[in-house]
Design a protein around this ligand. Structure first.
Ligand SMILES: [Zn+2]
Length: 480
Protein backbone atom coordinates (compact mmCIF):
# COMPACT_ATOMS: atom_id res chain seq x y z
CA UNK A 1 0.00 0.00 0.00
CA UNK A 2 1.45 3.37 -1.04
CA UNK A 3 0.34 6.44 0.86
CA UNK A 4 0.85 10.09 0.04
CA UNK A 5 -0.37 12.83 2.36
CA UNK A 6 -0.87 16.30 0.93
CA UNK A 7 -0.80 18.77 3.82
CA UNK A 8 -2.32 22.16 4.23
CA UNK A 9 -3.53 22.86 0.69
CA UNK A 10 -5.91 25.59 -0.35
CA UNK A 11 -8.80 23.42 -1.53
CA UNK A 12 -10.76 23.72 -4.75
CA UNK A 13 -12.41 20.30 -4.59
CA UNK A 14 -15.38 20.90 -6.95
CA UNK A 15 -17.29 18.70 -4.51
CA UNK A 16 -20.22 20.26 -2.62
CA UNK A 17 -19.45 18.14 0.45
CA UNK A 18 -16.12 19.91 0.99
CA UNK A 19 -17.00 23.27 -0.56
CA UNK A 20 -16.78 25.09 2.77
CA UNK A 21 -13.42 23.60 3.74
CA UNK A 22 -10.94 26.28 2.63
CA UNK A 23 -7.72 24.57 3.72
CA UNK A 24 -7.07 20.91 4.39
CA UNK A 25 -5.19 17.64 3.90
CA UNK A 26 -5.67 14.95 1.29
CA UNK A 27 -4.64 11.34 1.82
CA UNK A 28 -3.89 9.28 -1.27
CA UNK A 29 -3.80 5.51 -0.82
CA UNK A 30 -2.61 3.70 -3.94
CA UNK A 31 -4.68 4.99 -6.85
CA UNK A 32 -7.46 6.61 -4.81
CA UNK A 33 -8.29 9.57 -2.64
CA UNK A 34 -8.84 8.01 0.79
CA UNK A 35 -9.70 11.07 2.87
CA UNK A 36 -10.02 14.83 2.84
CA UNK A 37 -10.13 16.61 6.20
CA UNK A 38 -8.94 19.76 7.98
CA UNK A 39 -6.03 17.77 9.37
CA UNK A 40 -4.94 14.16 8.80
CA UNK A 41 -2.17 12.44 10.74
CA UNK A 42 -0.47 9.28 9.54
CA UNK A 43 3.09 8.12 10.04
CA UNK A 44 3.52 5.82 7.05
CA UNK A 45 2.89 8.25 4.18
CA UNK A 46 5.10 10.41 2.02
CA UNK A 47 4.20 13.92 3.12
CA UNK A 48 3.85 16.72 0.57
CA UNK A 49 3.75 20.17 2.12
CA UNK A 50 1.18 22.05 0.03
CA UNK A 51 1.17 25.23 2.09
CA UNK A 52 0.54 28.10 -0.31
CA UNK A 53 -0.68 25.83 -3.08
CA UNK A 54 -4.11 25.14 -4.54
CA UNK A 55 -5.21 21.51 -4.66
CA UNK A 56 -7.71 20.88 -7.43
CA UNK A 57 -8.99 17.94 -9.43
CA UNK A 58 -7.08 17.25 -12.62
CA UNK A 59 -8.59 19.08 -15.57
CA UNK A 60 -10.62 17.07 -18.08
CA UNK A 61 -10.39 18.09 -21.74
CA UNK A 62 -13.27 16.65 -23.76
CA UNK A 63 -12.06 17.57 -27.24
CA UNK A 64 -8.42 17.46 -28.23
CA UNK A 65 -6.58 16.44 -31.38
CA UNK A 66 -3.57 15.35 -29.42
CA UNK A 67 -1.39 14.21 -32.33
CA UNK A 68 -1.13 17.81 -33.54
CA UNK A 69 1.29 18.70 -30.73
CA UNK A 70 4.18 18.52 -33.22
CA UNK A 71 2.49 21.19 -35.36
CA UNK A 72 2.45 23.81 -32.63
CA UNK A 73 1.91 27.29 -33.99
CA UNK A 74 0.88 26.54 -37.58
CA UNK A 75 -2.72 27.70 -37.12
CA UNK A 76 -2.30 31.16 -35.60
CA UNK A 77 -4.21 32.82 -38.44
CA UNK A 78 -6.25 29.94 -39.74
CA UNK A 79 -9.90 30.00 -40.68
CA UNK A 80 -11.76 26.70 -40.63
CA UNK A 81 -11.25 26.55 -44.39
CA UNK A 82 -7.48 26.83 -44.00
CA UNK A 83 -7.56 24.28 -41.21
CA UNK A 84 -9.39 21.77 -43.36
CA UNK A 85 -7.13 22.33 -46.38
CA UNK A 86 -3.86 22.10 -44.51
CA UNK A 87 -4.65 19.66 -41.71
CA UNK A 88 -6.85 17.19 -43.55
CA UNK A 89 -5.07 17.11 -46.90
CA UNK A 90 -1.50 18.25 -46.22
CA UNK A 91 -0.09 17.95 -42.71
CA UNK A 92 -1.57 14.52 -41.95
CA UNK A 93 0.42 12.86 -44.77
CA UNK A 94 3.64 14.34 -43.34
CA UNK A 95 3.39 12.14 -40.23
CA UNK A 96 5.08 8.76 -40.19
CA UNK A 97 4.23 6.18 -37.50
CA UNK A 98 7.09 7.45 -35.31
CA UNK A 99 5.72 10.98 -35.53
CA UNK A 100 2.29 9.63 -34.59
CA UNK A 101 3.77 8.06 -31.45
CA UNK A 102 5.82 11.11 -30.54
CA UNK A 103 2.96 13.53 -31.23
CA UNK A 104 0.65 11.67 -28.90
CA UNK A 105 3.31 11.04 -26.25
CA UNK A 106 4.52 14.63 -26.19
CA UNK A 107 0.99 15.98 -26.49
CA UNK A 108 -0.09 13.96 -23.45
CA UNK A 109 2.91 15.20 -21.46
CA UNK A 110 2.03 18.76 -22.43
CA UNK A 111 -1.42 18.11 -20.98
CA UNK A 112 -0.09 16.59 -17.76
CA UNK A 113 2.41 19.42 -17.38
CA UNK A 114 -0.55 21.81 -17.39
CA UNK A 115 -2.59 19.75 -14.91
CA UNK A 116 -4.83 18.22 -17.58
CA UNK A 117 -5.06 14.62 -16.40
CA UNK A 118 -7.83 13.33 -18.69
CA UNK A 119 -8.36 13.91 -22.40
CA UNK A 120 -10.84 12.83 -25.02
CA UNK A 121 -8.36 12.31 -27.82
CA UNK A 122 -10.10 12.83 -31.16
CA UNK A 123 -7.48 10.97 -33.14
CA UNK A 124 -7.90 11.20 -36.89
CA UNK A 125 -4.38 10.16 -37.89
CA UNK A 126 -5.22 6.48 -38.39
CA UNK A 127 -3.30 6.15 -41.64
CA UNK A 128 -1.75 2.69 -41.20
CA UNK A 129 -1.91 0.07 -38.47
CA UNK A 130 1.51 1.30 -37.33
CA UNK A 131 0.18 4.84 -36.92
CA UNK A 132 -2.71 3.55 -34.79
CA UNK A 133 -0.43 1.46 -32.58
CA UNK A 134 1.93 4.42 -32.13
CA UNK A 135 -0.92 6.75 -31.20
CA UNK A 136 -2.24 4.35 -28.55
CA UNK A 137 1.22 3.66 -27.14
CA UNK A 138 1.99 7.39 -26.96
CA UNK A 139 -0.95 7.90 -24.61
CA UNK A 140 -0.18 4.78 -22.58
CA UNK A 141 3.51 5.63 -22.14
CA UNK A 142 2.71 9.17 -20.99
CA UNK A 143 0.50 7.89 -18.17
CA UNK A 144 -2.42 10.15 -18.94
CA UNK A 145 -6.06 9.18 -18.45
CA UNK A 146 -7.76 9.21 -21.82
CA UNK A 147 -10.32 7.89 -24.17
CA UNK A 148 -8.52 7.13 -27.40
CA UNK A 149 -11.05 8.20 -30.00
CA UNK A 150 -10.09 6.16 -33.04
CA UNK A 151 -10.86 8.52 -35.92
CA UNK A 152 -12.48 6.89 -38.92
CA UNK A 153 -11.93 9.89 -41.18
CA UNK A 154 -10.68 9.03 -44.60
CA UNK A 155 -7.09 10.17 -44.85
CA UNK A 156 -5.39 11.13 -48.13
CA UNK A 157 -3.13 8.47 -49.57
CA UNK A 158 -0.13 10.18 -51.10
CA UNK A 159 3.43 10.97 -50.17
CA UNK A 160 4.69 14.56 -50.09
CA UNK A 161 6.50 15.17 -53.36
CA UNK A 162 4.20 12.85 -55.35
CA UNK A 163 2.69 14.28 -58.50
CA UNK A 164 -0.95 14.43 -57.36
CA UNK A 165 -4.29 15.71 -58.56
CA UNK A 166 -5.58 17.69 -55.54
CA UNK A 167 -9.22 17.37 -56.67
CA UNK A 168 -9.06 13.60 -56.67
CA UNK A 169 -7.42 13.66 -53.21
CA UNK A 170 -10.36 15.72 -51.94
CA UNK A 171 -12.89 13.43 -53.62
CA UNK A 172 -11.13 10.42 -52.07
CA UNK A 173 -11.54 11.64 -48.49
CA UNK A 174 -15.26 12.34 -48.85
CA UNK A 175 -17.73 9.57 -48.23
CA UNK A 176 -18.53 6.90 -45.72
CA UNK A 177 -16.22 4.85 -43.58
CA UNK A 178 -13.67 2.66 -45.35
CA UNK A 179 -13.13 -1.07 -44.89
CA UNK A 180 -9.61 -0.40 -43.59
CA UNK A 181 -11.02 1.51 -40.64
CA UNK A 182 -13.63 -1.11 -39.79
CA UNK A 183 -10.91 -3.73 -39.71
CA UNK A 184 -8.24 -1.64 -38.04
CA UNK A 185 -10.50 -0.16 -35.38
CA UNK A 186 -11.70 -3.64 -34.42
CA UNK A 187 -8.09 -4.83 -34.30
CA UNK A 188 -7.03 -1.87 -32.11
CA UNK A 189 -9.96 -2.50 -29.80
CA UNK A 190 -9.01 -6.15 -29.42
CA UNK A 191 -5.24 -5.83 -29.23
CA UNK A 192 -4.91 -2.78 -26.98
CA UNK A 193 -8.16 -2.60 -25.03
CA UNK A 194 -9.14 -6.14 -24.08
CA UNK A 195 -10.72 -4.80 -20.91
CA UNK A 196 -11.99 -1.34 -21.64
CA UNK A 197 -11.70 -0.08 -18.07
CA UNK A 198 -8.05 0.97 -17.83
CA UNK A 199 -6.37 4.36 -17.74
CA UNK A 200 -6.63 4.63 -21.54
CA UNK A 201 -9.91 3.43 -22.99
CA UNK A 202 -11.14 2.76 -26.48
CA UNK A 203 -13.52 5.14 -28.14
CA UNK A 204 -14.42 6.23 -31.64
CA UNK A 205 -14.22 9.57 -33.43
CA UNK A 206 -16.79 9.39 -36.19
CA UNK A 207 -16.73 10.48 -39.81
CA UNK A 208 -17.39 14.16 -40.48
CA UNK A 209 -21.15 13.71 -40.39
CA UNK A 210 -21.79 17.39 -41.17
CA UNK A 211 -20.49 16.82 -44.69
CA UNK A 212 -23.00 14.01 -45.30
CA UNK A 213 -26.13 14.62 -47.29
CA UNK A 214 -28.21 11.74 -46.00
CA UNK A 215 -28.65 9.86 -42.77
CA UNK A 216 -28.29 6.24 -43.90
CA UNK A 217 -24.47 6.08 -43.73
CA UNK A 218 -24.49 7.98 -40.44
CA UNK A 219 -26.89 5.53 -38.83
CA UNK A 220 -25.01 2.59 -40.27
CA UNK A 221 -21.68 3.91 -38.96
CA UNK A 222 -23.08 4.56 -35.49
CA UNK A 223 -24.61 1.09 -35.35
CA UNK A 224 -21.26 -0.41 -36.35
CA UNK A 225 -19.44 1.82 -33.84
CA UNK A 226 -21.63 0.54 -31.03
CA UNK A 227 -20.75 -3.08 -31.83
CA UNK A 228 -17.23 -2.24 -30.59
CA UNK A 229 -18.62 -1.09 -27.24
CA UNK A 230 -16.62 2.17 -27.16
CA UNK A 231 -16.29 4.27 -23.99
CA UNK A 232 -17.49 7.22 -26.08
CA UNK A 233 -18.32 8.04 -29.69
CA UNK A 234 -17.30 11.61 -30.41
CA UNK A 235 -17.93 13.72 -33.47
CA UNK A 236 -17.77 17.30 -34.70
CA UNK A 237 -21.25 18.78 -34.87
CA UNK A 238 -22.88 22.04 -35.90
CA UNK A 239 -19.76 24.18 -36.08
CA UNK A 240 -21.86 26.57 -38.11
CA UNK A 241 -22.86 24.09 -40.78
CA UNK A 242 -26.19 22.35 -40.70
CA UNK A 243 -25.85 18.62 -40.50
CA UNK A 244 -28.92 17.10 -42.20
CA UNK A 245 -30.88 17.92 -39.03
CA UNK A 246 -28.74 15.24 -37.52
CA UNK A 247 -30.08 15.55 -33.98
CA UNK A 248 -33.76 15.19 -34.95
CA UNK A 249 -32.92 12.36 -37.31
CA UNK A 250 -30.83 10.51 -34.74
CA UNK A 251 -33.66 10.95 -32.27
CA UNK A 252 -36.20 9.58 -34.72
CA UNK A 253 -33.97 6.56 -35.31
CA UNK A 254 -33.59 6.02 -31.56
CA UNK A 255 -29.85 6.53 -31.99
CA UNK A 256 -29.18 9.32 -29.48
CA UNK A 257 -27.56 8.29 -26.23
CA UNK A 258 -25.14 9.35 -23.53
CA UNK A 259 -22.38 7.42 -25.25
CA UNK A 260 -22.25 10.34 -27.72
CA UNK A 261 -19.97 13.31 -27.13
CA UNK A 262 -20.48 16.13 -29.61
CA UNK A 263 -17.76 18.71 -30.04
CA UNK A 264 -18.69 22.37 -30.69
CA UNK A 265 -22.42 22.28 -31.46
CA UNK A 266 -22.43 26.08 -31.78
CA UNK A 267 -25.35 26.18 -34.17
CA UNK A 268 -27.49 23.57 -32.40
CA UNK A 269 -30.92 24.99 -31.72
CA UNK A 270 -32.41 25.03 -28.24
CA UNK A 271 -34.88 22.33 -29.26
CA UNK A 272 -32.00 20.16 -30.49
CA UNK A 273 -30.25 20.71 -27.17
CA UNK A 274 -33.46 19.70 -25.42
CA UNK A 275 -33.45 16.45 -27.41
CA UNK A 276 -29.87 15.78 -26.31
CA UNK A 277 -30.83 16.50 -22.72
CA UNK A 278 -33.78 14.12 -22.93
CA UNK A 279 -32.36 11.30 -25.01
CA UNK A 280 -28.62 11.57 -24.44
CA UNK A 281 -25.57 13.25 -25.88
CA UNK A 282 -22.93 15.52 -24.31
CA UNK A 283 -21.36 18.67 -25.70
CA UNK A 284 -17.80 19.98 -25.59
CA UNK A 285 -17.16 23.68 -26.16
CA UNK A 286 -13.71 24.74 -27.36
CA UNK A 287 -13.54 28.52 -26.89
CA UNK A 288 -10.21 29.16 -28.64
CA UNK A 289 -11.15 27.45 -31.91
CA UNK A 290 -14.79 28.49 -31.81
CA UNK A 291 -14.10 32.17 -31.23
CA UNK A 292 -11.52 32.12 -34.02
CA UNK A 293 -13.19 29.91 -36.59
CA UNK A 294 -16.86 29.18 -35.95
CA UNK A 295 -18.78 32.34 -36.72
CA UNK A 296 -21.35 31.30 -34.12
CA UNK A 297 -21.08 31.68 -30.36
CA UNK A 298 -20.00 28.79 -28.09
CA UNK A 299 -23.06 26.84 -27.00
CA UNK A 300 -21.91 26.20 -23.42
CA UNK A 301 -24.43 28.37 -21.60
CA UNK A 302 -27.32 27.02 -23.67
CA UNK A 303 -26.23 23.51 -22.71
CA UNK A 304 -26.47 24.58 -19.08
CA UNK A 305 -29.96 25.95 -19.77
CA UNK A 306 -30.94 22.61 -21.29
CA UNK A 307 -30.17 20.94 -17.95
CA UNK A 308 -26.90 19.24 -18.81
CA UNK A 309 -23.38 19.82 -17.57
CA UNK A 310 -21.21 21.24 -20.36
CA UNK A 311 -17.49 20.70 -20.74
CA UNK A 312 -14.46 22.37 -22.31
CA UNK A 313 -11.71 21.37 -24.69
CA UNK A 314 -8.56 22.81 -26.23
CA UNK A 315 -9.24 21.18 -29.62
CA UNK A 316 -6.27 21.91 -31.87
CA UNK A 317 -2.94 22.03 -30.07
CA UNK A 318 -1.52 22.97 -33.49
CA UNK A 319 -2.78 26.48 -32.84
CA UNK A 320 -3.42 26.85 -29.11
CA UNK A 321 -1.70 26.04 -25.83
CA UNK A 322 -2.82 22.77 -24.26
CA UNK A 323 -3.86 24.10 -20.87
CA UNK A 324 -7.36 24.62 -19.52
CA UNK A 325 -6.63 27.86 -17.64
CA UNK A 326 -6.83 29.67 -20.96
CA UNK A 327 -10.02 27.94 -22.09
CA UNK A 328 -11.81 28.66 -18.80
CA UNK A 329 -10.84 32.33 -18.94
CA UNK A 330 -11.74 32.79 -22.59
CA UNK A 331 -15.11 31.09 -22.19
CA UNK A 332 -15.97 32.98 -19.01
CA UNK A 333 -15.13 36.41 -20.36
CA UNK A 334 -16.74 35.78 -23.75
CA UNK A 335 -19.92 34.65 -21.97
CA UNK A 336 -19.84 37.66 -19.67
CA UNK A 337 -19.57 39.92 -22.70
CA UNK A 338 -22.60 38.23 -24.25
CA UNK A 339 -24.59 38.54 -21.02
CA UNK A 340 -23.65 42.21 -20.65
CA UNK A 341 -24.65 42.91 -24.22
CA UNK A 342 -28.06 41.28 -23.62
CA UNK A 343 -28.78 42.59 -20.11
CA UNK A 344 -27.36 46.11 -20.38
CA UNK A 345 -27.76 47.18 -23.99
CA UNK A 346 -25.93 50.43 -24.57
CA UNK A 347 -25.21 50.84 -20.87
CA UNK A 348 -22.42 50.11 -18.43
CA UNK A 349 -23.28 46.89 -16.54
CA UNK A 350 -23.74 47.47 -12.82
CA UNK A 351 -23.31 43.79 -11.92
CA UNK A 352 -21.53 40.68 -13.17
CA UNK A 353 -23.78 37.69 -12.84
CA UNK A 354 -21.66 34.84 -14.17
CA UNK A 355 -19.79 33.08 -11.34
CA UNK A 356 -16.17 32.24 -12.21
CA UNK A 357 -16.39 29.02 -10.16
CA UNK A 358 -18.85 27.55 -12.68
CA UNK A 359 -16.11 27.46 -15.28
CA UNK A 360 -13.84 25.43 -12.98
CA UNK A 361 -16.67 22.95 -12.56
CA UNK A 362 -17.14 22.58 -16.32
CA UNK A 363 -13.38 22.12 -16.86
CA UNK A 364 -13.26 19.28 -14.33
CA UNK A 365 -16.53 17.62 -13.30
CA UNK A 366 -18.34 18.60 -16.51
CA UNK A 367 -15.64 16.87 -18.51
CA UNK A 368 -15.72 13.78 -16.33
CA UNK A 369 -19.49 13.48 -16.71
CA UNK A 370 -19.26 14.02 -20.47
CA UNK A 371 -16.70 11.23 -20.74
CA UNK A 372 -18.61 8.84 -18.46
CA UNK A 373 -15.88 8.98 -15.82
CA UNK A 374 -17.68 10.90 -13.07
CA UNK A 375 -17.46 7.95 -10.67
CA UNK A 376 -13.69 8.11 -11.04
CA UNK A 377 -12.56 11.69 -11.59
CA UNK A 378 -13.70 15.31 -11.95
CA UNK A 379 -13.64 16.28 -8.27
CA UNK A 380 -11.54 15.73 -5.18
CA UNK A 381 -13.80 13.23 -3.48
CA UNK A 382 -12.87 10.34 -1.20
CA UNK A 383 -13.23 7.11 -3.14
CA UNK A 384 -12.47 8.70 -6.50
CA UNK A 385 -9.21 8.16 -8.35
CA UNK A 386 -6.32 10.33 -7.24
CA UNK A 387 -6.05 12.69 -10.22
CA UNK A 388 -4.82 15.73 -8.31
CA UNK A 389 -3.10 18.98 -9.24
CA UNK A 390 -1.16 21.29 -6.93
CA UNK A 391 -0.67 24.84 -8.21
CA UNK A 392 1.85 27.19 -6.55
CA UNK A 393 0.84 30.68 -5.52
CA UNK A 394 4.25 32.10 -4.70
CA UNK A 395 5.40 33.15 -8.15
CA UNK A 396 5.67 36.75 -9.33
CA UNK A 397 2.36 36.29 -11.16
CA UNK A 398 0.49 34.69 -8.24
CA UNK A 399 1.89 35.96 -4.92
CA UNK A 400 -0.68 37.38 -2.54
CA UNK A 401 -3.66 35.67 -4.14
CA UNK A 402 -6.63 35.24 -1.84
CA UNK A 403 -8.77 32.70 -3.53
CA UNK A 404 -8.31 29.34 -5.26
CA UNK A 405 -10.84 29.90 -8.02
CA UNK A 406 -9.45 33.23 -9.17
CA UNK A 407 -5.97 31.71 -8.99
CA UNK A 408 -6.89 28.92 -11.39
CA UNK A 409 -8.99 30.93 -13.79
CA UNK A 410 -7.28 34.30 -13.96
CA UNK A 411 -3.66 33.99 -12.84
CA UNK A 412 -2.14 30.55 -13.13
CA UNK A 413 -0.34 29.09 -16.11
CA UNK A 414 1.28 25.66 -16.63
CA UNK A 415 4.53 26.87 -15.04
CA UNK A 416 2.67 27.29 -11.77
CA UNK A 417 1.56 23.65 -11.78
CA UNK A 418 3.89 22.11 -9.24
CA UNK A 419 2.68 18.52 -8.81
CA UNK A 420 0.35 16.26 -10.75
CA UNK A 421 -0.87 12.79 -9.85
CA UNK A 422 -2.77 10.62 -12.29
CA UNK A 423 -4.36 7.47 -10.90
CA UNK A 424 -2.28 8.02 -7.76
CA UNK A 425 0.98 8.05 -9.73
CA UNK A 426 3.13 11.19 -9.53
CA UNK A 427 3.62 12.45 -13.10
CA UNK A 428 4.94 15.91 -12.24
CA UNK A 429 6.81 16.76 -9.06
CA UNK A 430 8.50 19.99 -8.05
CA UNK A 431 7.49 21.58 -11.34
CA UNK A 432 9.14 18.87 -13.48
CA UNK A 433 7.79 15.91 -15.40
CA UNK A 434 8.67 12.68 -13.62
CA UNK A 435 10.89 10.15 -15.41
CA UNK A 436 11.47 12.32 -18.46
CA UNK A 437 14.67 14.05 -19.47
CA UNK A 438 13.03 17.08 -20.99
CA UNK A 439 16.12 18.28 -22.88
CA UNK A 440 16.32 14.92 -24.66
CA UNK A 441 12.61 14.91 -25.45
CA UNK A 442 12.76 18.50 -26.63
CA UNK A 443 15.44 17.51 -29.18
CA UNK A 444 13.21 14.68 -30.45
CA UNK A 445 10.30 17.08 -30.79
CA UNK A 446 12.42 19.61 -32.74
CA UNK A 447 13.78 16.90 -35.03
CA UNK A 448 10.33 15.51 -35.74
CA UNK A 449 9.03 19.02 -36.38
CA UNK A 450 11.83 19.69 -38.88
CA UNK A 451 11.05 16.46 -40.71
CA UNK A 452 7.35 17.29 -40.92
CA UNK A 453 8.11 20.81 -42.16
CA UNK A 454 10.53 19.48 -44.76
CA UNK A 455 7.89 17.08 -46.13
CA UNK A 456 5.17 19.72 -45.94
CA UNK A 457 7.26 22.04 -48.13
CA UNK A 458 7.11 19.44 -50.90
CA UNK A 459 3.31 19.76 -51.22
CA UNK A 460 1.86 22.38 -53.54
CA UNK A 461 -0.37 24.23 -51.09
CA UNK A 462 -1.77 26.71 -53.59
CA UNK A 463 -3.08 23.95 -55.86
CA UNK A 464 -4.57 22.16 -52.88
CA UNK A 465 -6.32 25.32 -51.75
CA UNK A 466 -7.63 26.04 -55.25
CA UNK A 467 -9.04 22.52 -55.41
CA UNK A 468 -10.88 22.99 -52.10
CA UNK A 469 -12.48 26.31 -53.06
CA UNK A 470 -15.37 24.89 -55.14
CA UNK A 471 -16.08 22.30 -52.41
CA UNK A 472 -16.76 25.24 -50.09
CA UNK A 473 -18.72 27.11 -52.76
CA UNK A 474 -15.96 29.67 -53.16
CA UNK A 475 -14.92 31.31 -56.42
CA UNK A 476 -11.42 30.51 -57.61
CA UNK A 477 -8.93 32.66 -55.72
CA UNK A 478 -11.50 33.71 -53.08
CA UNK A 479 -9.40 32.18 -50.28
CA UNK A 480 -6.22 34.15 -51.09
ZN1 LIG B 1 -11.92 19.21 -33.47
Amino acid sequence: MKKTLIKNALLATVDPDTADLPVGDILIVDDRIARIAPSIETDDAEVVDATGMVASPGFVDTHRHNWQALLRGVGANWSLFQYVVQMRTMYSVCYGPDDAYLGNYYGALEAINAGVTTIMDHSHLQITEEHSDGLVKGLQDAGIRAIFGYGVYRNPKYTPGDDIDPSSIIAEIAGPIEEFHRRNAARVREEHFANNDGLVRFGLASSEFFTFTDMAPILEELAWSRTLDPARITFHAAFGLNDVNIIENLSEAGALGDDLLLSHGNSLTDSQLALLAREGGWVSSTPDTELQMAGTFPVLERVVASGKLPSLGVDIVSAFAGDMFTQMRLMLQAQRFRDNERDFPGAVPFTTRYPAADMLKYATLGGAVGMGLEDQVGSLTPGKKADIVLTRLDAVNTAGLRDAVSALIFYANPHDVEDVWVDGVARKRGGRLVGEDWKVLEKRVQTARDGIDERFARIDGTSMRRAWEPVWGLASGASD
